[in-house]
Design a protein around this ligand. Structure first.
Ligand code: FAD
Length: 287
């Protein structure tokens, strides 16, 4: 891969990860395949495609995974992309009374319905709740309409989180989009002890203004901020609804209401949409 975390983040966030790691003395050799792990009785170096060698005492290999689905294949469960077990929207396999959830069950992307190898405990448990609720008969309809790849992590004391489509994914899949980024301290005023900067990037569909994705980095509140964005994606919230969002703020707990980065990013995206004369649907009236 050319950069770290390219499936979850756009370039500026990937580059931030590299910068944080660099500040801890960790060097990233992106876009450069390992061609051999060298040594006699033990490893002494790793050779890269560009001809360079890295001295090594130990090598940790972490290059992905795939389901070990033989156990499911033998009794005739349908196996699809990447060895995943096929399931319907209620986590039912093709065999009567057999359900599959979690890493072994196929995931479909929320926007494209393509297979999406997003293997997370948060996804697995949502699927488990879906299967458990429907196990004695379908009681809850269409609750899991595909994965929105909600993901968070913490690298060198900085939180990184993402959900939905990145700009890179929009370009790859041919989605037209508008995006905006806002930065604000997560306390107010920002010089309060313990304040960190929060960066929020939002991606919207350029005609409907429906939110497609979000990326957040900075303080640890990014971990819950992304969950708010994840809910907005699942509920197909528009840029205008986010611009008018009602929120709670407190100096010791959140960004200032005047500069809240989710609202500000939406506000900027709305301004961009207005500038190019896109018509957005009016804000939905409360039921
Ligand atoms: C290092 C690491 C960090 C992670 N961090 C996060 C995170 O921060 N957030 C997040 O959401 N997700 C995270 N994940 C992903 C998360 O752990 C998985 O998505 C989740 O555990 C999947 O749940 P599961 O029940 O499908 O599979 P598993 O948790 O793998 O459970 C499968 C179980 O089946 C058992 N089993 C396998 N074969 C057999 C057999 N033949 N007979 C009986 N038992 C069998 C296994 O022993 C295992 O206990 C992380 C994963 C790793 C590896």
């Amino acid at each position: 891969m050319p950069k770290l975390l390219v499936t979850a983040f756009d370039d500026e966030f990937c580059d931030e990860v590299v910068k944080v790691l660099g500040s801890k003395g960790i060097h990233i050799h992106g876009g450069n395949r390992v061609v051999s792990i060298d040594g006699n009785s033990q490893v002494d170096s790793v050779s890269l495609e560009n001809g360079s060698k890295i001295q090594a005492d130990m090598v940790l290999v972490s290059i992905g995974a795939k389901p070990a689905s033989d156990l499911a294949r033998q009794p005739g469960l349908r196996i699809v992309e990447n060895g995943s077990i096929w399931v319907d929207e209620y986590m039912r396999t093709n065999a009567e009374d057999v359900f599959a959830v979690g890493d072994c069950a196929v995931k479909r992307d929320f926007f494209t319905r393509k297979a999406a190898p997003v293997w997370l405990a948060s996804t697995a448990t949502a699927e488990a709740r879906n299967a458990g609720t429907n196990i004695y008969g379908i009681r809850v309809l269409h609750q899991i309409q595909g994965t929105i790849s909600a993901f968070s992590t913490q690298i060198g004391g900085v939180a990184f989180a993402s959900t939905g489509m990145t700009c890179r994914a929009c370009q790859k899949e041919g989605f037209r989009y508008v995006t905006a980024t806002a930065v604000a301290p997560d306390r107010h005023p920002g010089m309060l002890p313990g304040a960190s900067e929060l960066k929020v990037k939002l991606v919207f569909a350029d005609r409907s203004g429906i939110i497609l994705g979000g990326q957040v980095s900075g303080g640890f509140s990014a971990g819950e901020l992304i969950n708010m964005i994840a809910l907005a994606i699942q509920k197909k919230v528009t840029v205008r609804e986010l611009d008018m969002l009602q929120i709670a703020t407190h100096p010791l707990l959140t960004s200032a209401p005047t500069v809240h980065p989710v609202i500000n990013a939406a506000h900027q995206a709305l301004a961009k949409l207005r500038a190019v004369g896109r018509e957005l649907p009016p804000v939905k009236k409360a039921a």
